[in-house]
Write a protein that binds this ligand. Structure first.
Ligand code: NDP
Length: 471
């Protein structure tokens, strides 16, 4: 293998302030909780001090959203669309800055934040801007719900914000959003973009903080709709706490997707899809293809190719444009990945990683494959949320489907075959919200996304995504 010269993206495009307040009623204000710091997970360097919102701060944000709702919901859809189009265009103009900031705060490679996250974020705002004046044709009515309380995770900070805010605003709702504790910076830059777009005060409010702030948003009595993306555990807590309150809820939770490769698949293409399925964003992806189900007849050949390919992945500085695998988002997440991987070995699976240098500072985990995995192993059942692939084999399509569905989750799945009839037969039997064929982790704002079983309920994206925000 030849050496690559470093290709660092410049940090100069971002101006990180030493400290940030909450964004309430169109202004940055102090929080009354105890401030916390956000760090760069690739270096453990402190990036900024972030205000924490107490229940009283959340209350002020909800009040601001409630007040703004009166005018925002009464505004003609075509007028709301103008704001959303304006926000989408500013996101495009400031895409480089947002991408660098996202990579600094999250640890994901700049190649992904620049080429995947940011284009999708802008596309989401453009897409829902287009719906704002056409709600009567969507089939879900035209009456907004009111104030939406939205809580998002750290794996796609700005993209999850777009998934939540764009449809809510298009339908005439106002929002109070809590970003994840470890990745608040792009949401705060988004708040500045709302100011730049002259969005009326109170339509978007951003309250930073930890889990208690999230709970204060979700449990606020004047919130009409709760939208959450995150772990199944917290999703369960939320479902329990809003039961009987009349709040409308959507939950996008965990996954343990099967990526099924049949013996007639185009193998090189499948290898790329497997890599994209589990090593994209360090595997911090709810719909990651974390269980590879490969037909026994080709297992040896496929694994040999996959291992060869993993040997070419470059792990390191997220801001280097040649980096494929960035940093794990937090020490806590790294500990969880280590624990489950150690468990995989203890339970008898065989672990393999390519030789790769681990940087001295920051949180890192090499791309890892487990073979000899049994269905009962924890690494085959639990969401690891890291760059760890569990490989299982099957002999018949029936067995593939049975194994794929043998999980408490049901968010996504992949099928690799050259035979359309087999692909459709399989897709028809998979209990998953999204089934990709001969591709993986492909997103489009026009396509709905969501799960079955413990992966949650409700759909985000597409025309279906409007339903969650209309009465
Ligand atoms: P959480 O589900 O705890 O976090 C998601 C969001 O919810 C964050 O903004 C979090 O705040 C907030 N939150 C936490 N507790 C509450 C609460 N009681 N009420 C309301 N909001 C709350 O995920 P973690 O970040 O703790 O990750 C834990 C595991 O969850 C991961 O290891 C991974 O397996 C899985 N996960 C799955 C995701 C998915 O999309 N499927 C996304 C993220 C995690 P804060 O950031 O301050 O904790």
């Amino acid at each position: 293998m030849f050496e690559y010269a470093p290709a660092p993206e410049s940090r100069d495009v971002v101006d990180i302030k030493p400290s940030y307040g909450l964004f309430v009623n169109g202004e940055f204000v102090d929080g009354s909780g105890s401030a916390f710091k956000t760090i760069n997970p690739a270096s453990e360097e402190k990036l900024a001090e972030i205000a924490a919102a107490s229940a009283a701060d959340v209350d002020l944000a909800v009040q601001a959203a409630r007040k703004a709702f009166t005018t925002w919901s009464a505004m003609p859809g075509a007028e709301r669309a103008k704001y959303l189009f304006r926000i989408a265009r500013i996101i495009q103009e400031r895409a480089r800055e947002l991408a660098v900031l996202e990579s600094l705060d999250n640890g994901k490679p700049i190649r992904e934040s620049r080429d995947v996250d940011l284009p999708l974020v802008a596309a989401h705002f453009f897409y829902y801007a287009g719906w704002a004046d056409k709600l009567e044709y969507a089939g879900y009515g035209t009456r907004p719900l009111g104030v939406a309380g939205q809580v998002i995770p750290w794996n796609f900070p700005l993209l999850m914000l777009a998934w939540k805010i764009a449809p809510a605003l298009a339908c005439g709702n106002t929002v109070v959003l809590k970003p994840a504790e470890t990745t608040p910076l792009t949401a705060l830059l988004f708040a500045e973009i709302c100011q730049q777009a002259d969005l009326p005060p109170g339509v978007v409010n951003i309250v930073t903080g930890a889990g208690e702030t999230g709970a204060a948003v979700v449990n606020h009595p004047d919130v009409d709709k709760v939208a959450f993306t995150g772990s199944t555990e917290v999703g369960r807590l939320i479902a329990r706490s809003v039961a009987g309150t009349g709040k409308k809820v959507t939950l996008e939770l965990g996954g343990k997707a099967a990526n099924i490769v049949y013996e007639d698949a185009a193998l090189d293409q499948a290898v790329e899809g497997i890599v994209n399925g589990i090593f994209f964003n360090q595997g911090h992806v709810c719909c990651a293809g974390s269980r590879l189900l490969v037909q026994e007849s080709i297992a040896g050949e496929l694994l040999a190719s996959l291992k060869r390919r993993l040997g070419t992945l470059r792990m390191g500085d997220p801001l280097d444009k040649n980096t494929d695998i960035g940093a794990i988002n937090s020490a806590a997440q790294l500990a969880k990945i280590r624990e489950l991987s150690d468990m995989g070995e203890q339970e008898g699976a065989e672990r393999w990683s390519p030789a790769c240098a681990i940087p001295d500072r920051g949180f890192w985990f090499p791309p890892t494959i487990f073979t000899g995995v049994a269905q009962s192993h924890r690494i085959a059942r639990e969401e690891i949320f890291g760059p760890v692939l569990s490989v299982l084999t099957f002999r018949t399509p029936g067995e593939a489907v049975e194994k794929a569905n043998n999980t408490p989750f049901g968010l996504s799945a992949g099928v690799w075959t050259e035979k359309a009839s087999l692909m459709l037969w399989t897709a028809d039997r998979l209990r998953a919200g999204v089934v990709w064929s001969n591709t993986f982790n492909r997103f489009d704002p026009a396509s709905p996304f969501g799960g079955y079983k413990e992966s949650g309920y409700g759909r985000e994206g597409g025309r279906h995504g409007l339903e969650a925000y209309l009465r």
